[in-house]
Design a protein around this ligand. Sequence first.
Ligand code: 28G
Length: 642
Amino acid sequence: MPAAAYDENSIVILEGLEAVRKRPGMYIGSTDRKGLHHLVWEILDNAIDEALNGYGDEIDITLNADGSCTIKDYGRGMPVGAHKSGKSALEVIFTVLHAGGKFTDSTYKASGGLHGVGASVVNALSSKVVVQVRDGKDLYEMDFADGGKHTGTLKKIGKTRETGSSVTFWPDPKIFKETRFSYSVIKERVQEDAFLLKGLKIRLKDDRENPKEDEFVYEDGLKAFVEELDTDHEPLTPVISFEGENQGMKIQVAFQYVDTYQETLLSFTNMVRTRDGGSHETGARQALTKTMNEYARKNGFLKEKDKSMEGSDIREGLTMVLHITVPEELLQFEGQTKEKLGTPQAKMAVDQVVSEHLRYFLEENKDLAECLVRKMIKAGQARQAAREAREKARKGKGKNRSERIISGKLVHAQSKDARKKELYLVEGDSAGGSAKQGRDSKYQAILPLRGKVLNTEHCSLDVVEKNEELNTIIHTLDAGVGSNFDAKDSNYHKVIIMTDADDDGAHIQNLLLTFFYRFMRPLIEEGMLYIALPPLFRIEKGGHEYYLYSNEELEAKKAELKSGYSISRYKGLGEMNASQLWDTTMNPATRTLLRVQLDDSRLAEKRITSLMGERADLRRSWIEENVVFTLEDDFVKEETHA
Ligand code: 28G
């Protein structure tokens, strides 16, 4: 090939990678923590693709002490032979921007075999990349530096009997706000991948300050996934699993009923989690409702005059994992984060597969089917009874409905507009007093919490209702509890937990979160639960005062003020007077609230169950971990507040 043509080519390539550096968000979504981990997913996807194609069934991921990440597969090894352009396929993979490599386009995962997409993006956003290829004979190495601006040569550096590829990359600190990989974030994803790809063994190793290792391999796939989700609950049925094909889509389902009233449905499309559900989930729910009702009628559990069972009754206690593989040409995602499957055909396809297999299963397991139907009918009756009781109680109430039930503890807000009203749950009476004086009495109500909040992890609803503290919260919101809770009915559309910024405060937060998570989950799902952030320090200089909310902020302010200041550290809310508390923590114009989010209900559930249980030592470490975790993963700042 003439030199000129080659040069022209390489200019195009450089421009390509430069484009990624100019607008990283286009390719990896963002340059924060999430974007950083996107680099891992890009390389990992390629390794998984090779395994999906049938080459190699193990993958190693290592977080190295020097801050890089290595991913190793045992596939065929990226092709090292010269391409007609003069470059090896390997070099092309790392330097040519693939057209389908845009962030929004994860469709390649469906096709299997479209290798190397994303590797060039990782190269563009890394300060260094080292690639090794093993072909069963020789060990090759090639490296890249500075976002692909420097390309080394492909060298043989040793002998090997293994085959496969490995990629080590150092995320570029000039691009990323944060370059430290999170072991737990990667672990969660990798475990999910292992569940979805039966028999694939993934080893994860942390070689940094705090070395650890995990290995995931599940011969039972989705069935094992459901078992893992349900480890802390009593099963009412075995895990039922099946798969089928419909209109070119492959559908895999596993589910089980356990002894809770919650519903857990995790769905995936082409191995990617669809957090916001979509047409495949709709199809599964539809099939379940239709088939169970059909069975109940046909077998006389529902008489002609009886109303059909509602979907929510049928799904009480259900844990289900659903995985659909959709061909590229049908694939469409919706919603802001593109985590909702839009493909209309998926609804019907899933409905048909689930209905058919479920119908068959029920016929083959009549005793079990009868137990399930009776349980579902009972759930419906309970829902109906609770609804009626609530309605009756409401009719009996005057205009100020909450006043009549609650003890003297609640400090009311004047407004009748629930959408504008906020309920502060405040640790301790003295802070409660300051909050009462400092608040906006029109919209802010105060409920001081005395003593310890009950750990509700292993509590049934009736125990919760007998607990004075929690019962007061339930009646103050007046929106029901458990499966009867309806966030729309809440007397307050913001519930704000306000505790001291210490271990005890964190503990109380956790106990309240456990309660809300288990008994009023829609409050969290609707984004109505918050945590107030009181300041940790106050600095005073020349009559000005500044409130600082973290050690970093404190250091920055100290540096700015240079000298002549005095610092006081707040140990608790009680140390602030009413006006300080208003200024720092309660004034909607200036405060910082953390909105409680279910980052991943599966994880949240497990964390609460396994760590808030009997063992005090575990509970302790959970609290410590959660303080950090809280800020990074589960919470976001309140966007705006009028
Ligand atoms: C370690 C982390 C990430 C990979 C392979 C294997 C092949 C390959 C990769 O080929 C070019 C395009 C389609 C053939 C394919 C090897 C065929 C024969 C491969 C990875 C050439 C890409 N021998 N393993 N790419 N194909 N692993 N792991 O990226 O036509 S990428």
